[in-house]
Design a protein around this ligand. Structure first.
Ligand SMILES: [Zn+2]
Length: 449
């Protein structure tokens, strides 16, 4: 009898496990991972490197060499994809004029031209999740726009990744809008990112986040370390445009490592671990590499969530270097330095996060927390528009990098976590869609009693 009961319990238990696992994964996400192709990425990187140089100030007239030929080809590829998905992509150039007064690394006045492809969301068309790579490349001297600069890894790899994600995701429909973009002028001062971030602000885009991909194809570090599973997710702790009041409040209520970009980074880390457990994502708690820049920053500057996704081991002999051999060392960012299988994996990381976020409901707004001098923490929030499954409260110990605990609380707008003391954890709330995809976690921005 007892034996039967324990067998039954075991069955129920394993049934629960199965159900739980089943509920947390979406088969379409595995399908997306399978569809991302190293061959396709390789072909695009070879094509981009073949334009000789893609320096932002290089030739714009030639059809075979320079930034003009490169951006026209990228646009034609997006146009081709759009034709194959019943015109699902809105493809256009977004451009800004820069002059030599705009910076010290500008050899002459020029248009900085980004190529943008937007796949409109069916339910929340004004919400945008963006994936970016860069069109431009550079030689040893940034001002030199004539010398060959294939920029195979920096950053044809990120550009090819964004094109590949467009190829795969344009076969699906999403509730929120998905944007694939090639940015220019990165090497001379992040001009393309500034231009698009400004354009987004002027057009009142509600940006879920930008996944900026800059160098996603190198697996051999300059120190000889070879690693094709680890990659880095850079995110700044809190937005730079926060108010004095927000900074003051943080001293009392916390949130030093819980800004919107950090939550986006945690989301990418979690989705990767769920669907691609063979990968080793590293959360890097900084805006970018030490003293260096990337195209997510102009978005962060305007208060948008944005992270940089990139390889773990950089090879400085293959970055920003004229192609040459010196003392037996080969320099130059050539195609031979790119590992296409690794670029495929990081591209898939982007694709599954873009899809999850675009299938998820909007994150709850006005999340507030209470429970001061009480035994239980309380949370409340504004319900999101649309028919959703409900909300999930997350919490973690104050020294933990990732959310450790969570509880799905149903379709309500407040909840009390019995026996969980507010002082000992950080808390956040996410919205959960009908097909289980979740929004980014929102850290409380207010306190109630
Ligand atoms: Zn660079």
């Amino acid at each position: 009898m007892i034996k039967n009961i324990s067998t039954l319990a075991l069955l129920i238990f394993s049934g629960l496990i199965f159900q739980q696992t089943n509920a947390q994964t979406d088969q379409r996400i595995y399908e997306i991972i399978d569809k991302v192709s190293a061959d396709s990425i390789e072909a695009d990187i070879r094509k981009l490197a073949g334009f000789g140089t893609r320096n932002t100030f290089s030739d714009t007239v030639s059809d075979t060499r320079g930034i003009g030929a490169a951006r026209r080809w990228i646009k034609s590829e997006f146009d081709y994809l759009s034709k194959n998905c019943d015109n699902c992509l809105d493809v256009f150039y977004q451009k800004d004029f820069v002059t030599t007064d705009d910076g010290e690394r500008i050899p002459h006045d020029a248009w900085v031209v980004n190529v943008v492809a937007i796949q409109k969301g069916t339910k929340y068309p004004n919400r945008y999740i963006i994936m970016s790579g860069d069109i431009d490349s550079r030689a040893s001297n940034t001002m030199d726009y004539k010398t060959d600069a294939p920029g195979a890894n920096d950053n044809a790899s990120g550009m090819a990744g964004a094109m590949e994600v467009a190829r795969v995701l344009s076969q699906y429909e999403f509730e929120s809008s998905v944007v694939y973009v090639g940015l220019s002028g990165e090497e001379q001062g992040l001009f393309g990112g500034k231009g698009l971030a400004k354009y987004a602000k002027e057009n009142n885009w509600e940006i879920i986040g930008i996944l900026n991909n800059d160098m996603i194809g190198n697996i051999e570090g300059v120190d000889g370390v070879i690693d094709n599973r680890t990659f880095r997710i850079f995110s700044e702790p809190v937005p730079p445009n926060e108010t004095d009041r927000e900074r003051t409040m943080r001293r009392f209520y916390g949130g030093e490592v819980d800004g919107i970009s950090r939550q986006l980074a945690r989301y990418v880390h979690k989705t990767t671990k769920t669907y691609m457990p063979e990968m080793n994502p590293m959360m890097i708690y900084r805006l970018d590499r030490f003293g260096r820049g990337g195209h997510h920053r102009p978005f962060n500057d305007l208060g948008f969530a944005g992270i940089r996704i990139m390889e773990a081991h950089e090879n400085y002999n293959r970055q920003h270097q004229d192609i040459r051999t010196e003392d037996g060392i080969e320099y130059g960012d050539v195609v031979e330095g790119v590992n296409f299988d690794y670029a495929e994996k990081l591209t898939a990381v982007n694709a599954i996060n873009m899809a999850s976020l675009a299938w998820a409901p909007p994150a709850p707004k006005n999340v507030e927390i209470g429970g001061i001098v009480e035994p239980s923490a309380k949370l409340r929030w504004d319900e999101v528009e649309g028919d959703i499954a409900g909300y999930k409260i997350y919490w973690r110990e104050t020294t933990e990098a990732q959310w450790q605990y969570s509880r799905f609380v149903g379709d309500v707008n407040q909840f009390t976590l019995d026996g969980i003391v507010i002082d000992n954890y950080f808390f956040g709330v996410a919205a959960v869609g009908k097909d289980e995809h979740e929004s980014v976690v929102v850290f409380p921005s207010g306190v109630f009693r």
